[in-house]
Design a protein. Sequence first.
Length: 243
Amino acid sequence: MTGKIKLYEELAANAHVALNLMQYDGWLLRFSEGHTCRANSVSVIYPSSIDLEEKVEYCEKKYAEQNLPCIFKLTDGDDELLELLQKRDYEEVTPTDVLEVEIGDVKMPDGDFDFYDKHDEEWLTEYFSLENYKEKNKEIYRKMLDKGLVDTQYVALKENGKVVAVASSATERDHMLIRGVFVDADYRRKGYGRKVCLALMAKASECGTKTAWLQVVQDNKPAYDLYEKLGFKKVYGYLYMKK
C-alpha cells in the first residue's frame, strides 16, 4: 500500500466512524449494525504477519458472531488477498475511486446557504429525506456521527425557501473529505450539486485547507462528471469483496 493510499484510508476511517472496531494483525474490522459496507467491513491497511487463509477465516467468524456478512475492502495492490477471496467465492461489489484536487482560492458561489459546524437536527432531517433513509439507519447514522472526532462542516442550499441540496465535509491533516452530496430529484442537473461542493471548498479555503478529496462509485457517471469538472483527479481505486 502506498503512502497516499494509507493516508486516505486512515482519513476515511476517521471521517466515517464505525460503532465498533477491532484491530487484527494490521487489519481493521468495523461493525456498525450493517449500515453501509464502509462501516461494516475489513480494511486492509497495515502489513500482516499471519497467514492470509487463517486471517480470512477469523474475520468470517467474527462477522458471523454479529449476524453480519463478512465483507473485505481492498485497495489497488491487494492482489494476493483478492485472488484468495475469489477462490472462496467472494465477488466484487461497488468499485469506487478516490479523487482529489488542490483547493486553491475558491470563491463562495451564489446561493442561499445554511452552514452548520455540527450535525444539526435541521440538516439531518433534510439529509435523511433526500437520501430516503429508513428509521433504523437514521439512528445508526446519528450514533456514528456522534463518535466522530474530526472537524466537520454541513451545508444546505435553498431555492425559494426549499432545501434542494445538502453536503458535508470532514477535515483532518489539511485534507477535506466531501461526503453526502445529495440533490432533490426535481432539481438535479441544474448545478446545485456543484454549488454545495464549491461552498464547502470555499469554507475550507478560508481556514487554510489545501486539498479536497472524495469517494465516488465508478459507474455513477453524473457524479463522476461533476467532480471531474471541478478538477478532481483519481488517486486510486477500491472495491468490496462479499460472498
